[in-house]
Ligand binder design. Sequence first.
Ligand SMILES: Cc1cc2nc3c(=O)[nH]c(=O)nc-3n(C[C@H](O)[C@H](O)[C@H](O)COP(=O)(O)OP(=O)(O)OC[C@H]3O[C@@H](n4cnc5c(N)ncnc54)[C@H](O)[C@@H]3O)c2cc1C
Length: 404
Amino acid sequence: MPDWIGNSNLSTLHFIKVSMNTSHYDVIVIGAGVLGTFHAYHAAAAGKKVLLVEKDKQPMQATVRNFGQVVPSGMSKAWFDYGVYATQLYKTIQAEFDLGIRQNGSVYLASDQDEQQLLHELKQRMDARGYEAHLLTAQQCQQKWPALKSSYCKEGLYFPQEVSAEPDLLIHRLLHYCINKFTNLTYKNYAAIVACEVTHGTVQVCYSHGERVTAEKVIVCTGSEFKILFADLFAKSGIVISKLQMLRTTPMPGLPLEGNILTGLTTRRYESFEECASFSKIKTPDHLVELKRWGIHILFKKALDGSVIVGDSHEYFTIGSEEPGYELSEHINHLMWQEAARIVDMRTWKVQAAWAGYYSQHAEKDILAIDIEDKIHIRTAIGGKGMTSSAGYAQKSIHTLLGL
Ligand SMILES: Cc1cc2nc3c(=O)[nH]c(=O)nc-3n(C[C@H](O)[C@H](O)[C@H](O)COP(=O)(O)OP(=O)(O)OC[C@H]3O[C@@H](n4cnc5c(N)ncnc54)[C@H](O)[C@@H]3O)c2cc1C
């Protein structure tokens, strides 16, 4: 390097070099979690030139830390339809390329009369929608899932068409599939975006290393990361972060506990049950009060290796106030394990791993949608329904944004 080039000249040269190399896209999607990846998928399927960027080596946030339960039956309003669409899309792609999607159905278990009443009311609502649902007696549940305890399970509501995913595999395989399928889609990892603004009618997007790319439209799907991009806007947005604790057992390949298993506390929590007439009248029995305080409802999901994911809890934090922290509460894990042991016979089960996952959600809206000059479209805070509904929501979102 010649001596006469000082630092200020260096940065000027660098800017000139990257400006000359600028690439232009129809659509740039920031964040390769399930919501961003499906936005990129639908934009590419519509023939657009798409760039999908991810700040990490590979996505490792909510999209890989969850259960992988794809449960439209738990959703309400349009989110149910998005979930149904997503289930079909998962199945269609699975038939072409192994995403690790399995169709083992979902079951909601009732442990008392109130929960049974909710199952019956949801069954009626699903019948009216033409969505296949079967009430199972306690005996039928135990035949299908012998580990269930007769002291807990009074009845079940089963949705045979629903699927489950392997969260630690799904997004990687989906990205692989998209890159191979669409020559008009470019994926870049280790690509943190630190600035995004509209200049002279196009959107300029800046990587942390200084390179810039431009696009007609940018879609921001950055999950629960609020510090890198649009920090001020997110701080005022009404978003909260939910911290969830999860446990995974050692593999038990022979254990017959297939499918998405959702339990009594879930019927007292999920949106589809909230729409049932009895929901608001149901009281919380004393033995569930401490569990509800920590937002605990018990779900089981047996993974491909035979381990069982058990969870979860919910603690809520406002952005910019208290940080959720990385540590796990022993008290919460104990409560979850204790309640899980009331539902299934877990005498031989051993915990292999414990972790926390975080997702963003809006205090009042189903998702955060902010448009800047009809060029930058923030679509994030999908809450606890992302693995179920992202593919369907993203399809609607892309069609609306691109006027398709
Ligand atoms: C423990 C747990 C259990 C759950 N269980 C289920 C379930 O069973 N079923 C279900 O339907 N849903 C479930 N969910 C919810 C679901 O996981 C989320 O709704 C979904 O994963 C959110 O996806 P996302 O793409 O919005 O966010 P994320 O997965 O957080 O992805 C956002 C991505 O953006 C990247 N990013 C952020 N900022 C930048 C930047 N500046 N530049 C580049 N990249 C950036 C991040 O690195 C990240 O990879 C669960 C969630 C958790 C935490």
